[in-house]
Design a protein around this ligand. Sequence first.
Ligand code: PNS
Length: 163
Amino acid sequence: MTRAIYPGSFDPVTYGHLDIIKRSSTMFDQVIVGVLNNSAKNPLFSAKERVDMLKKATEELVNVEVICFDGLLIDYMKQNDISVIVRGLRAITDFEYELQIAQSNRKVSKETVDTVFLTTSIEYAYLSSSIVREYASYGTDVSDFVPEFVVEKLKKCFRISEA
Ligand code: PNS
C-alpha cells in the first residue's frame, strides 16, 4: 500500500490544487493532503479553516484524507508511514525551487522518501493562492479559480458584500 502526501499552504485551496489531488488519488492507495501550520507565513486563513475547506472540497474522494502538520515534512512522513511526496509543477519557474526541496528531502530522509511531480493541467497553469488572495482583496470575482464556498469565505474575510 503506497501512501502519498500532498503538502502545501493551501491559503486557500484552488482548482489547481484540486486537480492535483484528484489525479494523484487515482495513482496512490491513499493521498494525505498536508496543510502546513506555519505561523511564520502569516496566512490569510487559519490552519483549521484551510483544513476544513480542503475537507469539504475533497469529500467525494474516498482515499483522500486532510491533515495539518507542523515541523519537518519528512518527520511527519516517517511517523505516519508515508513514502511519496506529490507536488504540482506549473512552469519552469517552479522547477528550481521544487527540485531543491525534493533533493534535500530525499537526502535528509536517507532516501526513504521520493517526490513525484505532476504537471498542472494547462487551464490552471497560471493559478496560485496568492493570485486568488490578491484579486479577492479587491473584490474581483474569483469563482473561476476556487469553489463557491471558498469564494464566500474570501468575501467574508475581505468584508465584501454583494452589490
Ligand atoms: O504551498 P507551499 O507554501 O509552496 O508549500 C511548501 C511546503 C509546505 C511543501 C514546504 O514549505 C514544506 O514542506 N514545509 C515543511 C517544513 C519542511 O519540511 N521544510 C524542509 C523543506 S523546505
